[in-house]
Every structure is written in C-alpha cells, then in structure tokens.
Design a protein around this ligand. Structure first.
Ligand code: RB5
Length: 147
C-alpha cells in the first residue's frame, strides 16, 4: 500500500504516479487534492505521514510545487523520513542509505515522466542496512530527544 498526497502544485504529478501504480497493480490510498484549486499542503502531508507512520502504508509519495513544504511537514511526524528528490540518483539512493519512507516531488521542478521514473526507483530500491542502519537509528534518537 502506497499513500499519496498533493497540493495544487503537485496535483498533476500525483495523477501521473497514480496511472503508473494502476498499470503496475500497486495499491494506493489517495489523500487528495483532487484538482488544481489552491489548497494548503501541510494537512495533506500530515494525513499521508500519519498513515505511513501508523503502518497503514509501506511508503508515501507527496507532491507540491517544490516538494519542500511537503517534506518539512511530513518530517514533523515521528518515524517519517521524507526525502525531496529532484533527480533519479537521489530518488534511488535515499532508499539505500536513508531508508526513506516518503518521497517528495515538485511539480514546478520535474515533469510527469520524471515523477514516474523517480517513483519506480524509490519503490523498488531496498535499504542497505549496515552502517546506514546505525545512522537511521541516530535520527530516531534525535526524535526521542537523546541526541
Ligand atoms: C504553493 O504555491 C507552494 O508553496 C507549494 O506547492 C510548495 O511548493 C511548498 O513548498
């Protein structure tokens, strides 16, 4: 299960990603928005982030104009590691190294084809563990106020 969300700036990317998920029979829950009418991104990021943090979705994808607002908001939720990615390398390596559970994309930064490519890379790449597990554990320690 993948959790999806977008504001007006990321709506078109979200729709392109939905088409890719449909074609590949990957289940998703869409938390909106449902058109290009201006809407605030933080409440949508919160819905997706809580859904992922609660274990109801394996990963999430959030799209806004830049991806930045969505990532800042999503990363406020404990257990979320949301990564803004504007290139294919970052979309893949953030899974290998950061065990990122939310991919954030910008509709004013990348096109729909790139969004689908980055989604595929993000969903398919595994976490490498090892020294990267220690680093992810240190991020969790920050959340607990221990670092
Ligand atoms: C909305 O205009 C824009 O600020 C939003 O989509 C996003 O880019 C915020 O980071």
């Amino acid at each position: 299960m993948i959790a999806l969300g977008a504001d007006h700036g990321g709506y078109k990317l979200k729709e392109a990603i939905k088409k890719y998920l449909d074609e590949n029979k990957i289940e998703y829950t869409d938390f909106g928005t449902n058109d290009e009418t201006s809407v605030d991104y933080a409440p949508i990021a919160a819905k997706v982030a809580h859904f992922v943090a609660d274990g109801k979705a394996e990963k999430g994808i959030l799209c806004c104009g830049t991806g930045i607002g969505m990532s800042i908001a999503a990363n406020k939720v404990k257990g979320i590691r949301a990564a803004v990615c504007a290139n294919a390398y970052c979309a893949e390596i953030t899974r290998h190294h950061n065990d990122s559970n939310i991919l954030c994309l910008g509709g004013r930064v990348i096109n729909e084809e790139q969004a689908v490519e980055f989604t595929r890379l993000f969903l398919e790449a595994p976490f490498d563990g090892g020294r990267h597990q220690r680093r992810v554990d240190e991020i969790a320690a920050i959340e607990r106020g221990e670092l």
